[in-house]
Design a protein around this ligand. Sequence first.
Ligand code: ADP
Length: 332
Amino acid sequence: MTEGRIFSGMRPSGRLHLGNYFGALSNWVALQSQFAQCFFAVADVHALTTLQGTDQVAEIKPNTHEMVLDWLAAGMDPEHSVLFVQSQVPEVLVLNSLLSMSTPLGWLMRVPTFKEKVRQMGADEEHIPYGLVGYPVLQTADVILYKADRVPVGKDQVPHIEIMREIARRFNHLYGETFPEPQAMLTETPLIAGTDGAAKMSKSLDNQIELAAGPEETNKRIKRMVTDPQRQRKTDPGRPEVCNVYALHKIFNPDKLDDIYHGCVTAGIGCVDDKQTLADGINTYLSEFRERRLEFAAKPSYVDEVLADGAARAGAVARETIREVYDKMGLS
Ligand code: ADP
């Protein structure tokens, strides 16, 4: 087993998609057999930065359940890894408050994802929730509460890990060496593009392929995928290097890549057939995952049991850290 602690989390967004899996979850599964201490959280408090009011927050619990079913079906082992819900270990909120005392506002306002969110919300900065500005502080609290030094995430999260390092470094500078500076861990496929050709597959853009979707839904979504825009007719040669379908073939049909490439550039294979080959590859790849997911879903209280056990294990570590932080910060 390798030295070090792993932490990562995901907001409870319901069923996960290929981007979540190939950017992060597949790494979580692999890392749990290399690292003795692994913590993975459902970031439900983070979800509150964008969900407001009774109707919207009603989605959190069912979405948590769906997401954790995906974690388990993908091979997360709750006997080894600590799987828990962020709000069930409230010490993270204490650490969030304490870290916010020493984090300059300028650092937070410069995070690219913050600017992006403000633009998406169509609001001016005056009306942005305080919690949204502090999103990376809460993420830092998540990670360093468990003294984790490695954070497996997708490429879009890298700027957040950078600021985490700065927040941890500043705490250590002010109060003495306490926390490791976390590092991002990326997969070989750290950014999966959307079916519409957008750079990032994302539920909010509705350009995703869900792991738990049935073959029919998968086929339908793959059929709608955007390919090389210059390939208008079947007789036009294609350019696999700019085609999203080809990018996914690299993952799902590695044995057929040469034939697919050649067929595309010589117009020997049309996009319709090519997409069917991809859909078949995805459905084959995910068939065991989907079966396992049904088995976990048939045990309705299992997810809750896993999360309760995880919260107890995480809580014990969290309380230790808070004791140490109180001491260092002069609190009693
Ligand atoms: P959050 O971490 O806020 O829950 P998401 O729900 O968007 O963010 O994603 C969960 C995890 O999946 C993160 O580690 C993120 O980097 C990764 N991820 C999301 N979309 C993609 C994508 N299209 N390609 C690669 N990784 C992704």
